[in-house]
Write a protein that binds this ligand. Structure first.
Ligand SMILES: [Zn+2]
Length: 336
């Protein structure tokens, strides 16, 4: 009986998720419908999963057209809010799950290539950033890099750390209520961002929007213990990623190990959240990575089963922090 009551409360927990790639999917497939369940974070899946807030990334590769692609995705975001105002609304400061029946959304930039290519002036970069901000209303975070190295620093499959342009960008972000995201940095870049923001006293919150832990699964996309601990110490967030390559190639239950490990770090209980990383696998086919997600993690309807699978060793209060309260608290502290 008690178990049933806990289970039904668990089903109703709202969810906040820090990362999906719907915008690049809509850019690549203009006819795609966010109400079609083929996409892991489709609106019906988000509703069924009781997702109160979904962060939507503006992803761009290193490409001569990258800033154009970035600005275009911000326009798609703006249009989506208008065309689907029955499904979604723009999350603003003071956001709380349950304040609106619809799904809250907020944009973010995944790789600063979205504000300038490798050649453009930084003046242009900041103009583009302001345009994106205007179109999106607000940005939750910006990551300097994706897999590859770019003018700002080293991506997760490269070695370089923070470059001069990256320093200028961090200076610019200070006080703008936009977090810097470590999810796609090289280890050197993660270290340098933490070091630079600290030494210069910049007002830039540091998070890892969609990354797991290197101690549980050794992959360059996963956080080292040192970096995870520093993000937690700074009051940041760490979003648990559902992609098989970053969880464990063979064992779906390793996702629970990542979560339990994160909770075991001092203060981790106040930093962990979800950053499932749903994207359209057909847009970026790589046969070696199939299946991209284990069936238990394949779309936004799965969060509550994961919370259940964490078992009774975690209290409802701990699960609530993981599900949504940590991000709500982060928003209350960093947005106004
Ligand atoms: Zn990513």
């Amino acid at each position: 009986m008690v178990e049933e009551r806990v289970a039904s409360r668990m089903e109703k927990l709202p969810i906040i998720d820090l990362h999906c790639d719907l915008l690049i999917h809509l850019l690549m497939n203009p006819d795609a419908d966010p109400n079609q369940r083929t996409f892991g974070a489709s609106f019906p899946c988000l509703k069924e999963g009781n997702v109160g807030l979904q962060v939507m990334a503006i992803y761009t590769p290193v490409d001569p057209r990258s800033s154009e692609l970035g600005v275009t995705q911000s326009e798609i975001h703006k249009k989506l809010l208008r065309s689907h105002d029955r499904d979604i609304f723009q999350a603003e400061s003071g956001f709380r799950c349950g304040q609106d029946d619809r799904i809250g959304v907020v944009a973010a930039i995944e790789s600063a290539t979205g504000i300038c290519n490798e050649e453009e002036s930084l003046e242009n970069a900041f103009k583009n950033l302001e345009t994106i901000l205007e179109n999106c209303g607000r940005l939750f975070y910006i990551s300097l890099t994706h897999h590859e190295e770019n003018r700002f620093g080293g991506g997760n499959y490269s070695k370089p750390g923070l470059k001069a342009d990256g320093e200028v960008l961090l200076d610019y972000l200070s006080g703008k209520q936009i977090a810097v995201d470590l999810s796609h940095t090289s280890d050197a870049l993660a270290h340098d961002i933490l070091d630079y923001t600290y030494k210069k006293g910049l007002k830039v919150p540091v998070i890892a929007s969609h990354s797991n832990f290197r101690e549980i699964w050794d992959h360059p996309r996963n956080l080292t213990e040192e970096n995870a601990e520093e993000v937690i110490r700074r009051g940041g967030l760490i979003g648990m990623n559902f992609l098989r390559a970053f969880v464990n190639n063979d064992q779906p239950e390793a996702l629970l190990d990542h979560i339990n490990y994160g909770l075991s770090l001092g203060g981790g209980e106040n930093a962990l959240c979800f950053g499932a990383d749903f994207f359209n696998i057909n847009d970026f086919p790589d046969p070696s990575r199939h299946p991209y997600y284990f069936p238990d993690h394949e779309d936004a309807t799965k969060y509550h089963q994961i919370l259940q699978d964490l078992g009774d060793s975690l209290s409802v209060a701990q699960k609530s922090k993981l599900a949504y309260q940590n991000v709500e608290r982060f928003i209350a502290k960093n947005w106004n």
